[in-house]
Design a protein. Structure first.
Length: 99
């Protein structure tokens, strides 16, 4: 469940980000996970260590795209969420999309 405080944090990240941001909501906290992709300006990849650490836990994935990008999850974003088997919240500017 996304609290008002978590939603506000996601809105701030989405409004200020110049690149994609991603992470998990775990134990009521928004945790940003670093982008380890070789081309972070065009792609996002969570490290295997971070993925393993959170994969078996009760988390919600979150993801933002910068203002100049598409206001929806990409096919790659959706594949990653399905792989994790977790719900995902996408924040774009001031719109929250839950999947």
């Amino acid at each position: 469940m996304l609290t008002t405080a978590i939603r506000s944090e996601l809105e701030n990240i989405a409004a200020e980000a110049h690149t994609e941001k991603c992470g998990v909501i775990f134990n009521g906290r928004l945790i940003e996970l670093p982008n380890v992709h070789d081309h972070p300006e065009n792609h996002f990849m969570i490290s295997h260590c971070d993925a393993i650490h959170y994969m078996g836990r009760d988390v919600i994935l979150w993801h933002t795209h910068p203002r100049h990008c598409f206001p929806q999850l990409t096919a790659e974003d959706i594949r990653a969420a399905k792989f994790w088997g977790k719900p995902i919240a996408m924040m774009h500017q001031d719109k929250l999309l839950d999947f």
